[in-house]
Design a protein around this ligand. Structure first.
Ligand SMILES: NC(=O)c1ccc[n+]([C@@H]2O[C@H](COP(=O)([O-])OP(=O)(O)OC[C@H]3O[C@@H](n4cnc5c(N)ncnc54)[C@H](O)[C@@H]3O)[C@@H](O)[C@H]2O)c1
Length: 246
């Protein structure tokens, strides 16, 4: 129960890594806000958390909209008075290479990952500064470091999250707010399950642990960064990738 009574927002918590993070933070004692675009999957995660005895707030929103994010944060503060933890996890992918990427795909992918992460940090920062306490964990990707063929928007957005995380860590350190990022490798979520096996196998071959990761393995590291056990860590980029990209 490292997070007893902490108030945590998890974006994109309806499925996959976000769902596992929400469950893990809840199991560690936090009250959890499910900030999710899909009301059906959001409700499903909320139900699972409630069955574990976790206090839950469920909000449907698009993190790319600064207005919707602000409304969500105001709602949380009204209900719970505090926000201690923010996990920026929401995202999606639209493949495309340099010569063929469509402007709307570039804007949508950067909108959800990079602008969404900015929007949520901007909305919670004044409150965390006032409290002189906060844990922000941004989910980037190994692809943000190494780039990826035909993944120009996604890789750029995830690389942007690395720069954004380090810049905000510098800015908010003064207020004892820890800002870190996790760079997952290939993690078996509903979205990745749809990826052609031959691409999964190409990554597995180059992964020293010779397997895909589980969402819980990302959630465990997130819970550590959200806890006071990681109190002297900020601006860190933790790869949870089975050694892929070493
Ligand atoms: N699965 C992997 O292998 C992997 C690897 C590296 C990084 N990541 C990153 O981890 C995060 C989670 O990945 P996943 O595989 O669980 O994804 P997923 O597609 O299974 O789940 C993403 C969730 O985010 C929600 N979402 C999407 N757009 C949103 C928006 N605008 N506002 C609010 N919610 C929104 C979706 O509805 C969904 O519930 C993403 O940021 C992804 O880029 C995943």
């Amino acid at each position: 129960m490292r997070l007893k009574d902490k108030k945590a927002i998890v974006t994109g918590a309806g499925q996959g890594i976000g769902r596992s993070i929400a469950l893990k933070l809840g199991q560690e004692g936090a009250d959890v806000v499910i900030a999710e675009m899909n009301p059906d999957t959001g409700a499903q995660t909320a139900k699972e958390l409630k069955s574990l005895g976790v206090k839950v707030l469920s909000v449907s929103l698009d993190v790319a909209s600064p207005k919707q994010v602000q409304v969500m944060v105001d709602q949380v503060l009204k209900a719970w008075k505090r926000i201690d933890i923010l996990v920026n996890n929401a995202g999606f992918d639209r493949p495309g290479n340099l010569l063929k990427v469509r402007e709307e795909d570039w804007d949508a992918v950067l909108g959800v990952h990079l602008k969404g992460t900015l929007n949520c940090m901007q909305a919670v920062a004044p409150h965390m500064i006032e409290n002189q306490y906060g844990k922000i964990i941004n989910i980037s990707s190994v692809w943000g470091k190494r780039g990826a063929l035909s993944e120009i928007s996604y890789s750029s957005a995830k690389a942007g999250i690395i720069g954004l995380t380090k810049s905000v860590a510098r800015e908010l350190g003064l207020y004892q707010i820890n800002v870190n990022a996790i760079l997952p490798g290939l993690i078996l979520t509903p979205t990745i399950a749809k990826m052609a096996e031959k691409y999964q196998n190409m990554i597995i071959e180059n992964t020293p642990l010779k397997r895909v990761g589980k969402p819980e393995e990302v959630a465990n590291v997130t819970a550590f960064l959200a806890s006071d056990e990681a109190s002297f860590m900020t601006g860190a980029m933790l790869e949870v990738s089975g050694g892929w990209n070493m």
